[in-house]
Write a protein that binds this ligand. Structure first.
Ligand SMILES: C[S@@+](CC[C@H](N)C(=O)[O-])C[C@H]1O[C@@H](n2cnc3c(N)ncnc32)[C@H](O)[C@@H]1O
Length: 233
């Protein structure tokens, strides 16, 4: 793809910690992610031995590697070389030969082969401001076959602006004490200030505008995380 000059450098917006091999080596412990809920949801929607899944912002590959046990082809896409190095190492260790690692971003990934049946993305889209989210979601729709599924999990604010103080303080109060074990108060504050999580009532019309039907939306009690299951029209 010939990226226009006015496109952002996605790596420059990816969070400097994600390009730091030391941070990346401790990432799985910090994130403590369990892929089972998302896998079960996608299995119910037809994820199976013939399927192709693209994971955008795959990080160290916790989800991509779990999905690879169940489907034919998994493409794990990330802008960070450090994340991809660890992902490749884990894939080799597991003998996951159906996982392709691609260094690219939401705005630059070029899909090859049959259109994807599933696109998954967890905690990555918030690295793009809303204008670029709009372009990214349009590109996600373009990767999928009609009827294909987009499962999006991210930090999304499902409260009104006037409620921000209350919900944000409650969220920060539940932060991890140690950075090795989760996201600390200082890290969550930096997320609020410097990254681009948006309101659910802005993101949802953006998903629909990109040609998705939102089949299911759920919001955490903290109102700071959301999960969407969307079908490409
Ligand atoms: C918080 S991590 C989440 C990783 C993984 N999805 C998970 O849930 O553990 C965010 C990931 O998004 C990647 N990322 C940031 N901006 C991106 C972009 N524009 N396109 C693709 N990946 C991006 C980062 O390099 C990082 O690996």
């Amino acid at each position: 793809m010939n990226t226009p000059r006015w496109y952002p450098d996605e790596l420059a917006h990816a969070g400097s910690e994600h390009t730091d091999p030391d941070y990346v080596s401790g990432y799985d412990r910090k994130a403590g992610a369990d892929p089972d809920e998302d896998l079960s949801a996608l299995l119910e929607l037809g994820l199976g031995a013939d399927g192709t899944l693209v994971d955008l912002g795959a990080g160290t590959g916790t989800f991509a590697l779990a999905a690879a046990r169940l489907c034919r082809r998994v493409i794990a896409v990330d802008v960070s070389p450090a994340m991809l190095d660890l992902l490749r190492e884990k894939a080799e260790r597991l003998g996951a030969e159906n996982v392709e690692c691609v260094r690219a971003g939401f705005l630059t990934y070029e899909h090859r082969g049959e259109p994807a049946d599933f696109v998954y993305s967890r905690n990555a889209l918030h690295h793009l401001p809303d204008f670029w989210k709009g372009l990214a979601l349009d590109r996600v729709a373009g990767l999928l076959r009609p009827g294909g599924i987009f499962r999006l999990r991210d930090l999304v604010y499902s409260f009104e602006p006037g409620e921000a103080g209350r919900y944000v303080e409650r969220w920060l109060a539940g932060a991890a004490w140690r950075s090795e074990e989760g996201w600390t108060r200082a890290e969550l504050e930096a997320h609020l200030r410097e990254e681009y999580s948006t309101f659910s009532w802005l993101l949802e019309p953006m998903l629909e505008h990109a040609g998705f039907e939102i089949r299911e939306a759920s919001y955490s009690d903290s109102r700071t995380y959301a999960v969407y299951t969307c079908v490409r029209a």
